[in-house]
Design a protein around this ligand. Structure first.
Ligand code: SF4
Ligand code: SF4
Ligand code: SF4
Length: 344
């Protein structure tokens, strides 16, 4: 039997937990839990005597975890989206104001705003209004709110908890999408439309602040941070000449350790994946993997919300996807001490 104890032993104590939130989201004993900023809190919940006593060893937490070493990704793909041939497009939002606020082509923003305008809910990551650059998961409901989620963000957010608000669309990273597909394969959820964002590696809020401190940049002044193949770009508000490019070597120890195990650059189980690799500045790469995904993109084009072309550098995407997959098979040594194991 694989349950909470195995999850602790194989995932949390070994530093693999991506803080996706799925164990808590789907645990029948934790249905009412809401505030979960990070894995430590999830561990705290598991540690709580009441929770532990009430754990009925249903195995759900283990079965939905995207970081479980026993996960067979090929089988999960077969069981959920099937063996589809992905369609690659370049896309750009047509609304100039939203394009200005978005990074790249603003496709995730266009999808969000389009669905909100149809009265649908969209689960997204936003910036905490009190603390610039700190990320939160939330569900948007009103037209015009897409601007809250526009732009690239890095952080550790248990976005799957937003599923409790029954969104029509969920926008997240590959680890979130994998967890939701695992839940789907177990019959625990009929997933919303899943939009996955390309992700090579991630950084948490505290380390982001360390990086900015090292470079003498105030978080309020940051317009955009982008982790790219060889460096981290920090763009400041106002003056493009003050943008910084910090080499990956210099900041490698600030990245989230759990991402070393992740093979999924393009969120390969999403209905639609979106990223910047493969298209020029001002455009986004769109990978359509399912009929649902294709229908949505067609609707956006028909409504004039986005424009698309088929000019995408697939080699660039496939090279990074292969690199990430290979690195995950032989993960580098952790840069921070592992979390201590929980006592059984
Ligand atoms: S009740 Fe099930 S999902 Fe919840 S902690 Fe126990 S084994 Fe995991
Ligand atoms: S389900 Fe997500 S939050 Fe829970 S242990 Fe696995 S990776 Fe961590
Ligand atoms: S690299 Fe993988 S595990 Fe890390 S945040 Fe991105 S999708 Fe999640």
């Amino acid at each position: 039997m694989n349950g909470l104890i195995e999850l602790e032993r194989e995932v949390i104590s070994t530093g693999r937990c991506t803080s996706c939130g799925a164990c808590t989201t789907f645990c029948p004993r934790m249905k009412k839990t809401r505030a979960l900023p990070n894995a430590q809190t999830i561990r705290g919940l598991f540690r709580g005597e009441r929770t532990r006593v009430n754990c009925d060893k249903c195995e759900t937490c283990y079965n939905v975890c995207p970081a479980s070493p026993s996960l067979d990704r090929r089988l999960l793909k077969e069981e959920t989206i099937g063996d589809t041939i992905p369609l690659f497009l370049a896309g750009q939002i047509t609304d100039e104001r939203l394009h200005e606020l978005s990074h790249d082509g603003g496709i995730a923003t266009a999808i969000t705003e389009y669905l909100l305008s149809k009265g649908e809910r969209v689960a997204v990551t936003v910036e905490d209004r009190r603390y610039p650059l700190k990320t939160l998961h939330t569900t948007l409901r009103a037209p015009g709110e897409a601007t809250r989620a526009a732009g690239t963000r890095y952080g550790t957010t248990p976005n799957t908890l937003s599923l409790r608000e029954d969104p029509a669309c969920f926008i997240g990273l590959g680890c979130h999408i994998t967890a939701i597909r695992r839940a789907e394969s177990k019959g625990l959820i009929k997933p919303p439309l899943l939009i996955g964002l390309f992700c090579m590696r991630n950084i948490n809020y505290q380390n982001l602040l360390k990086l900015l401190g090292k470079k003498g940049v105030k978080r309020e002044d940051v317009r955009e941070i982008r982790i790219e193949e060889n460096h981290v770009k920090i763009k400041r508000r106002g003056d493009p000449d003050s943008d910084l490019a910090v080499s990956l070597e210099e900041v490698r120890d600030l990245f989230r350790d759990e991402c070393r195990f992740c093979p999924d650059f393009t969120a390969e189980l999403a209905d639609i994946s979106i990223g910047s690799t493969g298209t020029p500045d001002g455009w986004s790469t769109i990978i359509i993997r399912t009929r649902r995904g294709r229908e949505l993109i067609e609707r956006l084009v028909e409504n004039g919300a986005i424009r698309t072309t088929d000019t995408v550098n697939r080699d660039a995407i496939e090279r990074l996807a292969k690199l990430k997959s290979q690195e995950s098979e032989k993960p580098a040594a952790p840069t921070s001490p592992g979390r201590e194991p929980l006592s059984p």
